[in-house]
Design a protein around this ligand. Structure first.
Ligand code: 5GP
Ligand code: MN
Length: 347
């Protein structure tokens, strides 16, 4: 049976549903989760959304945000475990391996409910009973739209659900500029506009809602922390815990910084390495052929997409940066022969 028919059958009666997404949810993770939750609630299901960590304040406008449970190892572990075990259906959105959701991953692996994966990352782990993963999709929110449409319920997508899905697609396509921005994406946006979404409101809530400190932090990072390695067409930023504290950095305040490094002419590979205390979290971005998914997977226990990936290091910041730098020579040929790598101006 095709998965959509199996899903339709599964949802034919009111269910206890558990929805989760990846650690430090971004707009696609939370938007696809809350968009799906809004739809399922309208259908009469009992839905709980649990995130494996907190998420940026600029996502708090999404309808359903007030009911999200944030998993905390020392506070609500038993409650979340119980919710997972009692769920008849468990939706996993915007992540492809259970390791991405901390302790919750193992609880879900062993839970009796039907697991449904909706995701667009490369090389998904095979843990789901129903799998709607498609690495060609620009965003998980795009896939959630298609699932709702294919279940025959597009008319149930209201402004609230539509704006959650729009937020996911807008951010994961880099505001409709990444190569993943297909005709299909634009057609879906046209449908969401038909449902009454206000796209400039969504854009403003996400991109123009910074604190003054966040903007000053951006200034500091660009002026003092950005290193450009012309010989590798690479730029990177490394941020210490002290610097985060100095600028009173909140969850989400570092999001998007790596894109500034990638916006330099000729740069095809960018990284940001942030000391979060227990570990150094790294974001990689590229343009063109250089696969940051492979780079993150091979060297930093991570993964993601071809041009956007992340990883982690349990060494301190300095040795992590050094390890990153020591890897570059073996990729030099790839990095300098990229068609998008404009030669630096001769001085
Ligand atoms: P970001 O750099 O914005 O945190 O993540 C970029 C992409 O890589 C996202 O699709 C995200 O889900 C994925 N990603 C980020 N960190 C990790 C990681 O540690 N492991 C894996 N497998 N994927 C990651
Ligand atoms: Mn996504």
């Amino acid at each position: 049976m095709h998965d959509i028919n199996a899903l339709r059958e599964l949802l034919a009666q009111p269910r206890q549903i558990f929805i989760t997404t990846h650690h430090k949810p971004d707009a696609d993770a939370l938007g696809s989760s809350l968009g799906l939750a809004g739809y399922l609630r309208k259908k009469g299901h009992h839905v709980t959304v649990v995130t494996p960590s907190d998420y940026p304040n600029f996502l708090a406008w999404m309808p359903g945000n007030e009911d999200v449970i944030i998993y905390e190892r020392n506070q609500n572990d038993a409650q979340v475990r119980d919710l997972i075990n009692r769920a008849e259906v468990i939706f996993c959105l915007d992540f492809s391996c259970l390791g991405r959701i901390n302790e919750m991953g193992e609880y879900i692996r062993h839970a009796p409910g039907t697991k449904v994966l909706i995701d667009h990352h490369l090389e998904p782990e095979q843990f789901a009973d129903l799998d709607f993963s498609n690495p060609k999709a620009a965003a998980t929110a795009e896939l959630v739209f298609e699932v709702i449409r294919d279940l025959g319920d597009q008319a149930m997508i209201d402004v609230g659900i539509g704006e959650c899905l729009y937020a996911g697609i807008m951010t994961d396509t880099g505001s409709f500029r990444h190569p993943s921005t297909s005709r299909n994406v634009h057609l879906i946006i046209a449908e969401l506009l038909n449902a009454g979404i206000n796209l400039s409101d969504v854009h403003r809530r996400i991109y123009d809602s910074h604190s003054e400190m966040r903007l000053r932090f951006l200034g500091f990072v660009l002026k003092d922390k950005l290193t450009v390695l012309r010989e590798y067409n690479t730029a990177y930023i490394a941020i210490t815990q002290d610097e985060l504290r100095q600028y009173d950095s909140k969850t989400g305040d570092t999001e998007g910084l790596v894109n500034f490094a990638l916006s330099i002419e000729g740069v095809v590979f960018a990284a940001i390495l942030i000391d979060r205390g227990p570990a150094v979290k790294i974001s990689f971005r590229s343009v063109g052929e250089f696969s940051v998914n492979e780079f993150a997977r091979k060297h930093f226990n991570g993964g993601g997409h071809h041009n956007a990936a992340g990883g982690i290091s349990y060494e301190p910041l300095e040795p992590t940066v050094q390890r990153f730098l020591d890897l570059l020579p073996q990729y030099q040929t790839q990095l300098v022969t990229s068609p998008l790598a404009v030669a630096p101006p001769s001085v």
